[in-house]
Design a protein around this ligand. Structure first.
Ligand code: GTP
Ligand code: MG
Length: 197
């Protein structure tokens, strides 16, 4: 799946702009700066296909990437912080909520959690929305290269405990580093399996 072509399709700013839900779709959600765009770049092996940056709030649209004609990957704007006017942020958040709750071809949401921070209240809000909409999600821990093994174990324990509260959550976590390549092959295999019909 990832050996084939990857194309940026479009950036969507309103529900009317969503591409037809004609193929399986996977999306990447999480707080600003958690590493969503970097993870998509690492997965596709196309540095810069998703714009990553140290400025939280970099991704401001729902960005659709096609893996051949088999699946879409969607890079969402971050929640929790953005260097943008309040009204603009409120608009993205509303669009994101409608998208997450109502996209018929959405096979799984990857809920990205920074290895250093664990699950925060704002993550719970998104996870609760997914529970209510019965959209399955799985936590992907990002930036594992930034902490040592002991601290990572503590974060994983915190996440596992918090996930008990969320019926839509998959129990298995995927630990990644977009920087070092850790977990990328595992995540590719999960996406490959999810997008087979
Ligand atoms: P928004 O679009 O603002 O919501 O951010 P995002 O979640 O897309 O994060 P992005 O991929 O832009 O990454 C934010 C910063 O974290 C960038 O400076 C990345 O280089 C850095 N980063 C992302 N993943 C990793 C990682 O695995 N390891 C390390 N060390 N840094 C990372
Ligand atoms: Mg981004």
């Amino acid at each position: 799946l990832f050996a084939g072509p990857v194309d940026f399709i479009k950036g969507v700013v309103a529900m009317e702009g969503l591409p037809d839900p004609d193929r399986p779709e996977i999306c990447f959600a999480g707080r600003s700066n958690v590493g969503k765009s970097s993870l998509i770049n690492a997965l596709t092996g196309r540095k810069g296909i998703a714009r990553a940056s140290n400025t939280p709030g970099r991704t401001q649209e729902l960005n659709f990437f096609a893996l051949g004609d088999r699946a879409y990957l969607v890079d969402l704007p971050g929640y929790g912080f953005a260097k943008a006017p309040v009204a603009v942020v409120a608009k993205w958040q509303a669009l994101q909520k409608r998208y997450l709750a109502g996209r018929p071809n959405l096979r799984r949401v990857f809920a990205l959690i920074d290895a250093r921070h664990g699950i925060k209240p704002v993550d719970h809000e998104t996870m609760t929305l997914l529970d209510r909409s019965a959209v399955p999600f799985q936590v992907v821990v990002t930036k594992a290269d930034k902490i040592g093994p002991g601290a990572l174990d503590r974060t994983l324990a915190q996440i596992e405990a918090e996930l008990q509260k969320h019926p839509a959550a998959f129990p298995e976590l995927i630990v990644t580093s977009a920087e070092k390549g850790h977990g990328i092959e595992t995540l590719r295999a999960v996406i490959d399996a999810l997008t087979r019909d």
